[in-house]
Design a binder for this molecule. Structure first.
Ligand code: 3HC
Length: 302
């Protein structure tokens, strides 16, 4: 009886403890914004080296945020960073934190089988009220949720890179996501400082459905020799007001990510020409030139 009371008491309250699975670029960014807005966060990755790197990048990016907020006020900066870092725990065990968590945000590799394995195991140990969310860029939320017994408490929470800077959060509802879950996630989005929009569970939701075909089309233009990569980027920055040109952006997002998104959609919708494979992208991935993160993509980075 007491267990039932406890979980229903928590169920009515806001989201306080978050477990983030996957300590890469997105997972560490989500951990950072949650921690700096006063949430208690556990960041999980199976690899200790990844966790150490995440710890370092969260501290570095908190500095950048603090610089904007407090300028040269050293004590306010230190207090802000110290408080945020106190809110984050790092662990290689996904099961323990999930036993006491309000929200799980999964940000692991884009592999449906791995996501299924993960959510199946988490579903067994998570309290009844716990909401599960995936930060997938391209997979269907309904497909990911299908292995769990909490489809009403399952949704997509899609953040954008760099997470501390980009103000948007896409909240994706499947046909089975309950109003309560949806409302809690919209409120949590505001609580972590983002503007949340509502999306259906369609390929790429809103942003990637528009942005990925734009990047692909820019690369096809370059492949045809209609314009150089540099000129295409200048064109979209100065002619359309984008902060980055589409080819620069592809380097920034990472070619492995973009290629896996396009390949996944092409497999599902082979007749849609917007989702056709892009040759120059495949070549770079084969060569391990994944963009900014490997020091080279369409451009070279120091
Ligand atoms: N953490 C904290 N702050 C950061 C940061 C980070 N990781 N990265 C940049 N910043 C801050 C900087 O400190 C700087 O602050 P300041 O204005 O006070 O000096 C500010 O952001 C601007 O950064 P920079 O001066 O280094 O560089 P830019 O002015 O060129 O801005 C950018 C960088 C914000 C990345 C900008 O170029 C941009 O908005 N690019 C487009 C990004 C985009 O489209 N992202 C979405 C990709 S799609 C996606 O993520 C979906 C996925 O599913 C594929």
């Amino acid at each position: 009886v007491s267990r039932g009371l406890a979980s229903s008491a928590v169920a009515g309250g806001p989201i306080k403890h978050i477990t983030i699975i996957g300590g890469g670029l997105m997972g560490s960014g989500i951990a950072q914004v949650a921690a700096q807005t006063g949430h208690s966060v556990t960041l999980v990755d199976l690899n200790d080296v990844v966790l150490k790197k995440a710890d370092g990048s969260i501290q570095k990016n908190l500095q950048r945020v603090a610089k904007k907020m407090f300028k040269d006020d050293k004590s306010a900066t230190e207090q802000f960073i110290g408080k945020a870092m106190q809110n984050v725990k790092f662990t290689t065990d996904p099961l323990e934190p999930v036993k006491h968590t309000d929200l799980v945000v999964e940000a692991i590799v884009e592999n449906l089988n791995l996501k299924h394995k993960l959510f199946t195991s988490l579903d067994k140990v998570a309290p009844e009220h716990t909401i599960f969310a995936s930060n997938t860029s391209s997979l269907s939320i309904g497909d990911i949720a299908s292995v769990t017994k909490r489809k009403d408490k399952f949704a997509g929470l899609h953040f954008f890179n760099p997470v501390p800077v980009m103000k948007l959060l896409e909240v994706i509802r499947t046909k089975e996501t309950s109003d309560e879950t949806y409302n809690k996630l919209m409120n949590w989005g505001a609580a972590v400082g983002k503007t949340a929009i509502t999306c259906k569970d369609t390929p790429g939701f809103v942003v990637n459905r528009l942005l990925v075909p734009l990047m692909a089309e820019a690369l096809r233009m370059m492949e045809r020799g209609d314009a150089s990569a540099k000129d295409i980027d200048i064109a979209m920055k100065l002619g359309a007001g984008h902060p980055m040109g589409p080819i620069e952006l592809a380097d920034y997002v990472g070619h492995d990510t973009t290629k896996s998104i396009i390949d996944g959609w092409h497999e599902k919708f082979p007749d849609n020409p917007l989702f056709a494979p892009v040759k120059s992208l495949a070549k770079l991935v084969e060569e391990g030139k994944l963009g900014v993160k490997t020091g080279e993509g369409f451009y070279k980075y120091k």
